[in-house]
Each structure stands twice: as structure tokens, then as C-alpha cells.
Design a protein around this ligand. Sequence first.
Ligand code: RET
Length: 275
Amino acid sequence: AKPTHTDSPGPIPTVIPTPPQFQEIGETGHRTLWVVFALMVLSSGFFAFMSWNVPISKRLYHVITTLITITASLSYFAMASGHATSFSCTPAKDHHKHVPDVGYTECRQVFWGRYVDWAITTPLLLLDLSLLAGIDGAHTLMAVIADVIMVLSGLFASQGETATQRWGWYAIGCVSYLFVIWHVALHGARTVTAKGRGVTRLFSSLALFTFVLWTAYPIVWGIADGAHRTTVDTEILIYAVLDILAKPVFGLWLLFSHRSLAETNVDVGGWWSHG
Ligand code: RET
């Protein structure tokens, strides 16, 4: 017979619940966050310095690229000083499946500051690439929106409590990422040819570098944040290397190429500058 609310609740369980298992940042992770903060500040200063003698009309890439590392500096400052973080608790895998009351939970430290950073910086990185390739506003806007959906999906996935929430949002994020590649890499490869051989070659290498790097992020997310297969410190280290390549190294490459290749100039009309 179906149980009803009048049924006796049964004997009081005598098993003491296992306390949650915590996975959190250690000394290495902490130090790494401060080092990346310092590198992002230095890069921002250097990019600002590079724009010193460049007329405003030719500073668009400098401004965008500097804003990217400034944003990363802020986010790394927040994370290194112990802000922008929370614990995400999920039921532990396999065992105790049928006795949820005594199954332990795993609480892993999540730095949600990353997602705030990515929500601002990845659209700016795409803007750099779109301007370089001469992609029209329509495709740029669609790429940027797909990208914001991708990052927010990652944020929701990281806060999810059930496998459905976590992997569901992760899957939505991955589909959005495919739209980003489609609008920027594939579409850009077509439009950039109008800007000549030099820009085409630059865009091809920069876009390849970008999308190979970017693809590492969902892989790391799946292993570290999704499946909890690495420590929090290892995760911090891997994201640190990826972030340095995706922001300061990308920026150096773009700004130095822009300096020596006049065809990279963008005509964005009178709104940006009057001459
Ligand atoms: C998430 C999880 C959801 C699925 C996908 C993701 C992709 C993230 C990417 C991040 C790129 C970050 C960069 C930072 C700047 O330095 C959100 C991890 C696809 C591509 C380039």
C-alpha cells in the first residue's frame, strides 16, 4: 500500500551522518592567484604604455586589450584576497545512493569571480578578433551573446546541486560555444580575405591559437569542477596558465602585429573618434 502522511515515520535512524568532505584552496593556489594578479597589472600597464604615441583613431585594439587585462586584474585581486568564492556542495558519487540521509556530500570551493571575469573579457576578446577579421556587426553581436550565454551556463553549472543541473548547464554552455566558433572562426575566415594576405595570415593564426586555448577551458571544467578529479590548487594552476596565454600573450601578439601591419586598422566610423 502507498504510504500516507499518517503512517508512522519508523524507527529513528541511529547512523550518524558523515560530515561533508571539503576541497579547498591551499598555499600553492593562493600564491598562484597573487602572481597572476601581478602579471595582469603589469600587462595592463604595458598595453596602456604601448598606446602612448598611437593616435586615438588607431587605438581601438589597445583600448579593448587593456580593458581585458584590467578586468582580469580585478578578478584575480578578488580571488587572491579571498573574495568571489563560495562552496558548492553535491552528493558524493556512487556509494550511499540508496540511503541519501547518510550519504556524505562533497563541498568544493568554486571561484565564481572567474565567471564574472569571463563574462566581460571573452566578449572583448571576440571583439578584437571580429574587428581584425572585418566581421559585420550582426555576426559580432550574435557571437558575443552566444558567448555570454556560454559563460553564464558555466556559472550555473558550477552552482548546480544535482547532476542534471550541473551537466545540463554544461551541455548548454558547450552548444553556445559552438555558435561562437561558427560566428567568429568560420565566418571570420571568409570575411578576412577582403583585408589582404597579411591580415588573413594573422587572423588565421590568432583565431587558431584562441580557439585551441578556449577549448581547453570546458575540458578543464569537466575534469576539475564537473567530476572533481583534481584538487582546487591544480585547477587554479591550470586556469592561471590558460588565462596568461589567452589574455597577456594574445594581447602582445595582437598589438605588436597591429603596429607592423597597417591593414589591420579598422574603420569604425565617427563614433569612435573624429579623425
Ligand atoms: C565553460 C563551461 C561551460 C561550457 C563551456 C565553457 C567555456 C569556457 C571558455 C572560457 C574562456 C575563457 C577565457 C578567459 C580569458 O582569459 C564556461 C567552462 C564551453 C571558453 C578565454
